[in-house]
Design a binder for this molecule. Structure first.
Ligand SMILES: [Zn+2]
Length: 121
């Protein structure tokens, strides 16, 4: 991949990372506020914990993307960006444009989601 394209992906990843760090930070703040504002009303408490659960799953997802973004930035540095982490084939340009932090080509992603990929960590 040429340097110009890499730079564009790099900038996009940095922007996504900044946005996600903001989201993750705010979610944690909100969690703390909800604790402080918790009242004795059981109905309020229930809705509070429901909201927290939602926020928690949201931020877990964000954290996973954040990790993938960090890895993608590392791959840009290692000049391995855009190459599938499993089979070594190039990841399709459309796929990269939609999700620049993906680790696998679409074939390996599919295998991974079905638990058929032997990931070596
Ligand atoms: Zn692959």
């Amino acid at each position: 991949m040429d340097k110009k394209k890499l730079k564009i992906f790099h900038d996009r990843l940095m922007a996504e990372r900044a946005a996600l760090v903001g989201v993750v930070g705010r979610t944690e703040d909100y969690g703390r506020e909800a604790d402080i504002e918790a009242t004795q009303d059981p109905a309020d408490k229930a809705s509070n914990s429901y909201t927290k659960e939602l926020l928690f799953s949201q931020s877990t997802n964000d954290r996973q993307i954040l990790v993938q973004i960090e890895e993608a930035l590392q791959r840009i540095e290692d000049e391995e960006f855009g190459v599938c982490g499993n089979c070594g084939n190039e990841i399709g340009p459309k796929r990269l444009e939609a999700l620049p932090w993906v680790r696998f080509c679409i074939t390996c992603q599919d295998l991974s989601e079905r638990g058929l990929l032997n990931e070596e960590e």
